[in-house]
Design a protein around this ligand. Structure first.
Ligand SMILES: Cc1cc2nc3c(=O)[nH]c(=O)nc-3n(C[C@H](O)[C@H](O)[C@H](O)COP(=O)(O)OP(=O)(O)OC[C@H]3O[C@@H](n4cnc5c(N)ncnc54)[C@H](O)[C@@H]3O)c2cc1C
Length: 1022
């Protein structure tokens, strides 16, 4: 029996002690490792057959790529865009674009092809296409399982088994997930019958415990659900199970082995959990890949072994190093999270050997106990030999381990393994070019990487001693030199981040004394963080605040603030900066609770609320560091006898009028900018969200007191004024003692404030300064070469995140289609967007699985619905996602589901007016230039975006897409403090960018002095 249903007798797992990082010393097994490894290597090198993997390197494109890293980057980027290019012109045009990037030397042969004109164009494009398709065909065995079948049979006859993988990453909709499930069901239902008649191969069909299935398939779980998000483990598992169950039951009934591939780190714990639950529920022949490049590798291995032994289940683990090293490293740094993968290659190799040891120790010796059978997904002979030696040491036969290698790679090794009598399986991906591109590019990178063992072994022909050395005992072949400033030095980039990015100046004694770095968002795939967040928001309560302050009360606050101004102005700037640092700390200590208040008060979903708190913390930390230098005098020039200096002073009383959509971040950003620059403040928050604003003011009061500011002064410096905008707000901005107004909100109110501020009654002694952020009607352009998987997700998030209630939200989607409004590109994109949007869950924002929460209030809902009615009369409704019945009653809130309208023309109302709701208008443009014209034809200039894989189009967008914040190949919301200073121009606002270097300059006035230091012909400098 291959696996057991019942609880079996527990087997003790002996786990080798994990060697400290950097210390895989040569042990007694080393001689056996060398003996086995050099035998395998010698046999592999002896193979003179027409091995694909050797030919790969001799392809002209690859040869050039290996020689010139700049060429390689641009070439691989072109390859990635290639499947989207439909005409010879488009192919040559894009190739030309990529290869004319700075620093790229174009090989003569390609240069000639690029210059081709007339009919030669077609021939040149065909040659290039053939070469790329040929390269892809080395790694992808066929368009589908049927076309791959003859190849599988040939492998079998050559003594190599298979695992079929149906390519299909980035599942965006239920529709796509269902299609992927159906393909697997088809494969699992039909392949066993196809292979049943093949001749018997005992070495491939048995392991040390008995028979194993011929049909082996590999599955990527993220392809089976559009809702595969560990923020909501239970919801995601339920959704996945709907498609997993029929696959696994059919596999069980047909005796098919199913392996769960391992994807990005964010899905690791989730995949393990899902795997265990599937194994408990269904008696299928189960396997899962596990990654050694993860720092948690050994711990993960022990967890799975313990579970298998405890539950009496026999499963297979395919131990791999991991295919997403670059992506994990990049993503972790961008998010400010500890890097989940090892920093150096040898650490990964050492971890692989330690994990292999854990698994071998948990290898069942009979079918009556649970445990883990090991498969090695590696082309590294050292890694393989070390595991073989570990097996032998424990008295296990070679059949207790299976070797697995990728289709199109290391064919020499596969034959050598078969010769050595090892069970060898090839991982065989099948599928079309477009879904296969992510896989193909990963293989290209892996094969050309300087860290690749395969390259060192078969292209660079390193000697056996170097190739088989214990990891960490000496520099591994091709290893990079350690240099802490090098991003590949192996140091976790997070530890260097503030100094590496220098987003602000740093001052001894201010905060941690280091430059600013963004507060990282919660990693909701980490169950510890996830649970703590859930608990904190469950306990959060919104303070009851009445918006009842009268104009007279506001005037009284202004009077007090005005009186307190000189004392606050003349305080040490460092004390004011300390207040912000302290406030950031206080917010950090209660950040999940603050998010909980916003979830309840503003209807934010988990991620939106968390991001709001982080941004508020960032404003405090960043502005504290920017403010200090403003108040020390800067000498201008070095003239002898003349001392020229400049510095800044605060303006006076600031009125801060903040919106409800970022009820903490924006309110906090404007308030602390005024505070740290020495102004006194009256804060009037949006009527919808006074609760979180009151907490913020309390935090700032505490921060002032904790920083040693006199209690009375603190109270007079900052006033909280919850009140109606039309009356008290209007009176506040018109008060002649107010020197500065910081406003974020609608265009109508913003323009009214600007007008009011221009009136200067006789008693007013200054001209008011207005910092004003207004609306947006932001466009995202989808070019013909766009990566649609990424673009659809980015549009969905930018348009419907927080129900579209962001001034940065995408509300115009301009799709380039040479065939116009009814063309295939626009139809395809709209269809995918519609289907992807259907996968969103409208619900109570307190639940982690909710994507779409309520709109802010009934008035807002009515306004959005008026626009929807107009849009219905002018264009074509493609989607109106229904609000679940009873949800409004249950939550007591107002909801509007996402709406998508196609066939919108630039002059239609929904293409021109800000809606501030989940409504997106799809417009068509025949060319990229026309798309930019449509995008620019708008009085708002806030955010904009372009998805394109054509470098010259990206460059053109930078030049000509006139918006305050332009985003390329990503979503258009979620600007980060200091990294993406935020704000627009034209009707989107006046003033410089929030979270930018010069934001604080708006809150101060410059002063300068010039002193003649020459006395009777003598100056101190001479
Ligand atoms: C049958 C099979 C199935 C696979 N399934 C999966 C899967 O489900 N999930 C998955 O993620 N991968 C999977 N892979 C891909 C696999 O992770 C890579 O092919 C593998 O990492 C290459 O390792 P190697 O031992 O062959 O080569 P080596 O050259 O020894 O190792 C290369 C690997 O080392 C790691 N590495 C490279 N540079 C560094 C560095 N600077 N610091 C730390 N580590 C570094 C990376 O993981 C890189 O891939 C599979 C591979 C095979 C053969």
């Amino acid at each position: 029996m291959f696996f057991r249903k019942k609880q079996a007798q527990a087997q003790r797992v002996v786990i080798p002690s994990a060697a400290p990082a950097g210390a895989t010393a040569a042990g007694p097994g080393e001689s056996r490792i060398f003996e086995f490894g050099s035998d395998m290597l010698r046999r592999a090198r002896g193979h003179k057959t027409s091995v694909l993997s050797a030919k790969f390197y001799s392809d002209a494109l690859m040869e050039w790529s290996m020689k010139d890293p700049q060429f390689k980057v641009q070439m691989f980027r072109f390859v990635d865009a290639f499947p989207m290019l439909r005409t010879p012109e488009a192919i040559l045009d894009h190739l030309n674009d990529y290869l004319s990037q700075p620093g790229v030397t174009v090989p003569t042969a390609i240069g000639a092809a690029l210059k081709a004109g007339g009919i030669m164009k077609g021939a040149a494009a065909a040659t290039i296409s053939k070469q790329i398709e040929g390269m892809a065909a080395k790694f992808i065995a066929g368009r589908d399982a049927a076309s791959a079948l003859p190849g599988l049979r040939k492998l079998w006859d050559d003594g190599i088994a298979f695992s079929v993988d149906l390519l299909g990453e980035a599942c965006l909709s239920d529709h796509e997930a269902d299609a992927y499930r159906d393909k697997y069901l088809d494969l699992i239902s039909n392949l066993p019958a196809e292979v049943a008649g093949w001749p018997s191969q005992p070495r491939l069909e048995t392991d040390h415990l008995g028979p194993i299935p011929r049909t082996n398939v590999s599955v990527k779980i993220s392809s089976l659900s559009a809702r595969c998000d560990p923020i909501d483990t239970e919801g995601s598992i339920n959704d996945l199970m709907r498609r997993m169950e029929p696959i696994l039951e059919t596999a069980r009934d047909n005796g098919v082995f199913v392996n769960f591939d391992m994807e990005h780190h964010a899905l690791k714990d989730f995949t393990i959990e899902l795997f265990m639950r599937c194994c408990q529920r269904i008696n299928f022949q189960a396997g899962m890949a596990m990654q050694a490049y993860l720092r948690s590798g050994v711990e993960d291995a022990k967890r799975v072994c313990d579970w298998a032994v405890r539950s009496g289940r026999i499963v297979t683990v395919r131990l791999v190093k991991g295919a997403y090293w670059d992506a994990e490293t990049i993503k972790a740094e961008q998010a400010g999270w500890p890097c989940p993968v090892w920093g150096t290659k040898w650490q990964t190799d050492a971890c692989f050997e330690r994990m292999a040891g854990v698994f071998v120790d948990a290898c069942p010796r009979s079918t009556s106990v649970g445990g883990v059978k090991l498969a090695l997904g590696s082309h590294n002979v050292r890694s393989i030999a070390a595991t073989i030696a570990a097996l032998e040491q424990r008295g296990l036969p070679h059949s207790a381990v299976e070797l697995q290698m990728l289709h199109g790679m290391a064919d020499q090794l596969k034959h050598a393994a078969a010769e050595l009598g090892l069970r060898m399986r090839e991982y065989v991906p099948v599928g079309e070019m477009i879904p296969g591109m992510a896989y193909f590019v990963r293989r290209l990178l892996e094969n050309t990487s300087n860290e690749s063992w395969l390259k060192a072994g078969f292209l660079d022909n390193a000697d056996a001693g170097a190739l088989l050395r214990a990891p960490g005992s000496a520099p591994s072949p091709g290893a990079l030199k350690v240099d802490a400033t090098d991003v590949k030095s192996g140091v976790d980039l997070l530890t260097l981040a503030p100094e590496r990015h220098k987003l602000s100046p740093a001052f001894d004694g201010l905060g941690n004394g280091r430059p600013f770095f963004n507060e990282p968002l919660r990693d909701f795939s980490d169950q510890r963080q996830n649970k703590a967040f859930a608990a904190a928001i469950a306990g959060a309560t919104v303070p009851r605040i009445a918006n009842d302050r009268t104009p007279d009360q506001a005037r009284d606050m202004v009077a007090k603030a005005h009186a307190a101004f000189p004392a606050w102005r003349d305080l040490e700037p460092k004390t004011r900066a300390d207040v912000l640092i302290r406030a950031a700390d206080l917010m950090r200590q209660q950040r999940d609770g603050l998010a909980g208040v916003m979830i309840r008060e503003a209807g934010k979903t988990w991620r939106e609320a968390d991001a709001d708190v982080c941004e508020a913390i960032d404003f405090c930390d960043y502005y504290a560091r920017l403010a200090l230098p403003l108040f020390s005098r800067t000498r201008l020039g070095r003239f002898i006898g003349e001392l020229d200096e400049q510095w800044y002073q605060p303006r006076g009383v600031a009125a801060v009028i903040s919106p409800w959509n970022f009820p903490l971040a924006i309110c906090c950003g404007m308030t602390v900018a005024a505070l740290v620059t020495g102004n006194t403040i009256v804060v009037k928050p949006a009527e919808q969200t006074p609760g979180i604003a009151s907490i913020m003011c309390d935090i700032l009061q505490s921060a002032m007191e904790q920083s040693g500011v006199d209690k009375k002064l603190a109270r007079d410096v900052l006033h909280f004024c919850p009140a109606p905008g039309e009356t008290t707000g209007a009176a506040l901005v018109r008060d002649p003692r107010v020197a500065l107004i910081a406003f974020t909100g609608s265009k109508a109110v913003g323009l009214d404030i600007i007008q009011a501020a221009g009136v200067t009654p006789a008693e007013q002694q200054h001209v008011k300064k207005v910092v004003c952020e207004m609306g947006g009607k932001n466009a995202l352009v989808i070019d013909t070469s766009a990566d649609l998987d990424e673009a659809v997700l980015a549009v969905r998030h930018s348009a419907f995140g927080f129900q579209g209630q962001k001034c940065s939200a995408c509300s115009r989607l301009i799709v380039v289609d040479p065939e116009g409004d009814a063309g295939p590109a626009i139809r395809h994109f709209t269809h995918r967007l519609v289907e992807a949007t259907r996968a969103l869950v409208i619900g109570d924002p307190i639940l982690p699985g909710t994507d779409i929460g309520p709109v802010i209030d009934a008035e807002s809902k009515a306004k959005i619905e008026r626009y929807i009615d107009i849009a219905k009369s002018q264009s074509r409704l493609e989607l109106a996602l229904p609000v679940p019945p009873g949800l409004e009653d249950r939550t007591g809130r107002s909801y509007v589901g996402p709406h998508i309208f196609a066939g919108v023309r630039p002059d239609h109302t929904i293409a021109r007016e800000e809606i501030f709701g989940p409504v997106v208008a799809v417009l068509a443009a025949r060319t990229f230039d026309e798309a930019l014209d449509i995008a620019n034809d708008c009085p708002y200039k806030l955010t904009g975006g372009v998805f394109s894989r054509k470098p010259s189009h990206l460059e053109k967008a930078k030049r000509e897409f006139r918006v305050g914040n332009l985003y390329l190949n990503r979503g258009i919301t979620g600007a980060l403090v200091a990294r993406q200073p935020f704000g627009g121009f034209a009707m989107s606002g006046v003033g410089s960018k929030a979270g930018g270097m010069d934001y604080l300059l708006q809150f101060v006035e410059p002063r300068a002095s010039c002193e003649n230091t020459l006395r009777r012909g003598f100056a101190p400098e001479l």
